[in-house]
Design a binder for this molecule. Structure first.
Ligand SMILES: Cc1cc2nc3c(=O)[nH]c(=O)nc-3n(C[C@H](O)[C@H](O)[C@H](O)COP(=O)(O)O)c2cc1C
Length: 210
């Protein structure tokens, strides 16, 4: 399937059939998240990969009982950091140094640019910025899932504080931003399975500036 065909094929599944998605496909999906772009490349988030059925059942009420939570093969919880610290920026710069084999001293300007932009902001603004990076990561994952022919549901319909408590995210320095149910659509029970895509026409969506 071409990428465009895959994006036509995908939809936000409302019901899944509980079948397990191949581990190799899940690994490719996780790789797509790892490869997502992010501001400064900082990736200020972690993604919890949940297969445990009891845990999914615990989370479901916090997600307004949406069925995909428990009918999924894997439930991904995209959680952003609670704050950006100098230590985190240092760890990232260390990773850049090791990965690209560049001495730390040569990365000082990069580090100062990141620190100057992010550490000066109040924590609420840091969180807003980090949450945006999470949306981009899930966007990448949604497209990748489609290309891998895995069904998925992007979800912000949940009570973050409850999910944070169930998963002890505060202790991990994280807060839940988005969920993504991953699995196989249930053709027999999903009322959206044959629904046409509703999208603004191109003439309205795009403004070609000439
Ligand atoms: C950030 C975000 C949050 C969403 N939250 C939910 C959700 O909680 N439950 C759900 O069933 N669909 C959810 N959706 C799915 C959207 O309703 C769906 O993507 C939109 O109607 C377009 O349809 P399509 O993705 O099926 O093409 C969400 C989508 C996005 C991008």
């Amino acid at each position: 399937m071409s990428l465009i065909d895959a994006l036509e094929w995908r939809y936000a599944a409302k019901r899944m059939n509980g079948k397990k998605v191949d581990a190799s496909k899940i690994d490719s999906l996780l790789t797509s998240i790892q490869l997502s772009a992010s501001g400064f490349g900082l990736q200020p988030y972690q993604v919890l990969v949940i297969e445990n059925e009891e845990l999914k059942a615990k989370i479901q009420p916090a997600a307004f009982n949406q069925p995909q939570v428990v009918e999924s093969s894997h439930l991904l919880i995209f959680a952003a950091w609670n704050e950006i610290t100098e230590e985190k920026i240092n760890a990232f710069i260390q990773l850049v140094s090791e990965t690209r084999n560049v001495p730390l001293e040569d990365l000082k300007a990069y580090k100062d640019a990141i620190a100057g932009s992010l550490l000066s902001r109040p924590v609420e603004d840091q969180v807003k910025w980090m949450d945006k990076q999470v949306y981009l990561a899930m966007g990448t994952a949604l497209a990748a899932a489609a290309k891998l022919e895995i069904d998925s549901t992007p979800m912000e319909g949940f009570i973050p504080a409850q999910v944070d408590a169930i998963l002890n995210l505060k202790e991990k320095g994280l807060h839940a931003v988005l969920m993504m149910a991953v699995g196989e659509r249930d053709e027999s029970s999903d009322f959206m399975v044959n629904a046409k895509k509703v999208r603004w026409p191109k003439e309205e969506l795009f403004i070609h500036v000439i």
